[in-house]
Design a protein around this ligand. Structure first.
Ligand code: SF4
Ligand code: SF4
Length: 77
């Protein structure tokens, strides 16, 4: 699904507490092999996990890939 914004997990900040997984009402997050996996099809961008994360390791950001593609530039990361 093409959307303007997207939930992003910041791996370097995350302490793997799993709180976000329990907070999501839509079962869109999983903690697997020490990684947070986001199901973007299920995520409604409600923001509850962003508010619930104790170390600000989740953010809702603009669709950087789409913006970059539109402008013809390559993302560095
Ligand atoms: S933004 Fe809402 S729906 Fe998306 S993963 Fe976080 S809690 Fe779940
Ligand atoms: S709540 Fe934040 S720190 Fe905890 S597992 Fe989720 S993203 Fe990582």
């Amino acid at each position: 699904m093409e959307r303007d914004r997207k939930l992003v997990w910041l791996e370097d900040r995350c302490i793997r507490c799993g709180l976000c997984v329990g907070v999501c009402p839509f079962d869109a997050l999983k903690l697997e092999n020490n990684m947070i996996i986001i199901d973007h099809e299920k995520c409604t961008l409600c923001g509850l996990c962003v508010k619930g994360c104790p170390v600000a390791a989740l953010e809702i950001r603009p669709q950087l890939e789409a913006i970059a593609k539109e402008r013809g530039v390559e993302l560095a990361v």
